[in-house]
Design a protein around this ligand. Structure first.
Ligand code: UDX
Length: 436
C-alpha cells in the first residue's frame, strides 16, 4: 500500500520503518528540514538500537522516502497517518494545534478518497474535530471528496520501539466504515486475533486508559515501597508475590524513583484535564500523579538524611535518561534529582551512555564524565538513577576504592543488596532496608 506519514518523531519514524519493512511504500513527511535531511542520510533524530541499519536498508531498496512537502506527496497516498506531537499546555491539556493544522492541510490538498488515521495521542473527541476540519476545508473548495477518519493509537515503548512495531500485542483501530475496516486489515498483515476494532472514541480512550493504568501500577508499588520501609518488609519480594497472581501480573511493579518519559507524565495530565473538563474527577489518577511528583523528593530526603547534609557533598549520578536503551531525557527523574542536589549545594558528576548531551543543554555547569568510574572519583555517594546494563554491571570492586564514602543509593533496585553490602558498601534501595 502507499502510505504517507505526517510527523517524523518517534512514533512516525518507527511506524514508517515498520510498514516499509513489511513491503509497503512509505513517505515520511516533516516540516523540519534538518530532520528530513538527516533521515535522507539514514541518521535518526533519536537513539534506538538497530533502527539506523534498517533505515539504511529501506532507503536503499526504495520502500522508504522523505519529504518536507505534504502537498507534493499527498496524491500518492491511500492512507495518511497523522503522527505529530501533542505536547501538554501549562494546564495539562494536550495541545492539538499541530494535529489541527495537519487536518486543515489534508482538507486543502486531497483530490480523491483518503483514509486519515490519527496515531498521535489525542483526547477523546478529537476524531470528530478532525473530521469537521477536513469537511470544512473541502466545503471552502466546494468539493465533496470522500474520506474516512480513523484512530489507531500506538503502544510503542522507547528502547523497544522497533520490536513493538513489528510484534504488537494488540492493534486497536477505531473506525466507522466497512471500507476503512477492510483496508486496515489489509494494511496490518497480522492475525485477526490481535486486531480490536472499536469506535473512534473508544480507541482514543483505550490509549489514555492504558498509559494511566500502567502509571497506576508504578505509583501503587512506589507508595507501597515507602510503607515497606516503615514496616520492615521488602517491596521487591512483595511485588514478586503479588505478580504471581495472574490477575495482577509481575510487570510494572518495579519500585523506583518514579516514571518519566514522553508519555506517562503527559498522558496522565491530559486525561486529568479531560476529566476536569467533563466534571468527572478521576481520584485514583490524581493520587497516581501526586505520588510520582513526590517520589524523587522522598528518595532524596533519604540520601540527605544518610549523608547528614548535602552541602558541598560530591555526588556521582549514574544514568540520566528516563529509562535505559534510549537517549530521551524528557521528564526524567534525573532532572528533578539534579534540581534537588543543586538546591542543596551538592557537587554533581554525572555519567550516562546516551543522554549526556541533552542534559548538558539544561545544566551546562555540572560536571560530566566519559566513564562511570570517573564520576565516582572522590564521591561521597553514588546515586544509581537509570538501570543501564553497563551501570548495573560495573566492576563495583573497582568503584569502591575510588569513593570518599561507600554510599550507594539505588534508585531502581537494580543492584543486589547483599552483594553490595558484602563488598563493604552502605547500600540503600527503594522499599527495603537491608540489615547486613
Ligand atoms: C510507555 C508505554 O509503555 C507505551 O506503551 C506507550 O506507547 C508510551 O509510554 P515508554 O514511555 O517508552 O512507554 O516507557 P515505559 O517502558 O513504559 O516506562 C515508563 C517509565 O516508567 C520509565 O521511567 C520507567 O523507568 C518507569 N517504570 C516502568 C517504573 O518505574 N517501574 C516499572 O515497573 C516500569
Amino acid at each position: 500500500m502507499n502510505i504517507v506519514i505526517i510527523g517524523a518523531g518517534y512514533v512516525g519514524t518507527t511506524t514508517g520503518i515498520a510498514f516499509a519493512n513489511q513491503g509497503h511504500q512509505v513517505v515520511l513527511i516533516d516540516t523540519d528540514e534538518d530532520k528530513i535531511n538527516k533521515l535522507h542520510q539514514s541518521i535518526l533524530p533519536f537513539y534506538e538500537d538497530g533502527m539506523e541499519e534498517l533505515l539504511k536498508q529501506l532507503i536503499a531498496n526504495g520502500n522508504l522516502s522523505f519529504s518536507t512537502c505534504l502537498e507534493e506527496k499527498i496524491d500518492q497516498a491511500q492512507i495518511l497517518f497523522i503522527t505529530v506531537g501533542t505536547p501538554s499546555l501549562p494546564n495539562g491539556v494536550a495541545n492539538l494545534s499541530t494535529v489541527e493544522h495537519v487536518a486543515r492541510q489534508i482538507g486543502r490538498f486531497i483530490k480523491d478518497y483518503k483514509m486519515v488515521v490519527v496515531k498521535s495521542t489525542v483526547p477523546v473527541g478529537t476524531g470528530d474535530k478532525i473530521k469537521e476540519i477536513i469537511k470544512d476545508e473541502l466545503a471552502k473548495r466546494k468539493q465533496e471528496i470522500p474520506f474516512d477518519q480513523l484512530s489507531n493509537p500506538e503502544f510503542l515503548r522507547e528502547g523497544k520501539a522497533l520490536y513493538d512495531a513489528m510484534h504488537p500485542d494488540r492493534i486497536v483501530i477505531g473506525c466507522d466504515t466497512e471500507k476503512a475496516r477492510l483496508m486496515m486489515k489489509a494494511l496490518y498483515k497480522e492475525e485477526d486475533a490481535k486486531i480490536l476494532f472499536t469506535t473512534i472514541k473508544d480507541a482514543e480512550m483505550i490509549k489514555y486508559a492504558s498509559n494511566a493504568f500502567l502509571a497506576t501500577k508504578i505509583s501503587f508499588i512506589n507508595e507501597l515501597a515507602r510503607l515497606c520501609e516503615k514496616t520492615g518488609s521488602n517491596v521487591i519480594e512483595v511485588a514478586k508475590g503479588m505478580g504471581l497472581d495472574q490477575r495482577i501480573g509481575p510487570q510494572f511493579l518495579q519500585a523506583g524513583i518514579g516514571y518519566g518519559g514522553s508519555c506517562f507524565p503527559k498522558d496522565t495530565q491530559a486525561l486529568l484535564a479531560l476529566a476536569k473538563e467533563k466534571e468527572q474527577p478521576l481520584h485514583i489518577l490524581q493520587a497516581v500523579t501526586k505520588v510520582n511528583q513526590t517520589q524523587v523528593e522522598w528518595f532524596m530526603e533519604k540520601v540527605k538524611k544518610a549523608l547528614g547534609n548535602l552541602s558541598e557533598k560530591r555526588i556521582a549520578l549514574l544514568g540520566l535518561t528516563f529509562k535505559p536503551q534510549t537517549d530521551d531525557i524528557r521528564e526524567s527523574s534525573s532532572l528533578k534529582m539534579i534540581d534537588y542536589l543543586l538546591k542543596h549545594n551538592a557537587m554533581i558528576k554525572a555519567y550516562d551512555p546516551k543522554g549526556m548531551d541533552h542534559v548538558k543543554k539544561i545544566y551546562p555547569s555540572i560536571t560530566y564524565t566519559n566513564t562511570p568510574y570517573k564520576a565516582a572519583v572522590e564521591a561521597d555517594a553514588v546515586l544509581l538513577v537509570t538501570e543501564w546494563k553497563e551501570i548495573i554491571e560495573l566492576d563495583w570492586n573497582r568503584v569502591k576504592p575510588l569513593l570518599s564514602q561507600p554510599y550507594v543509593f539505588d534508585g531502581r533496585n537494580a543492584l543486589d543488596a547483599s552483594t553490595m553490602i558484602q563488598m563493604g558498601y552502605i547500600y540503600e534501595g527503594i522499599g527495603h532496608r537491608p540489615s547486613s
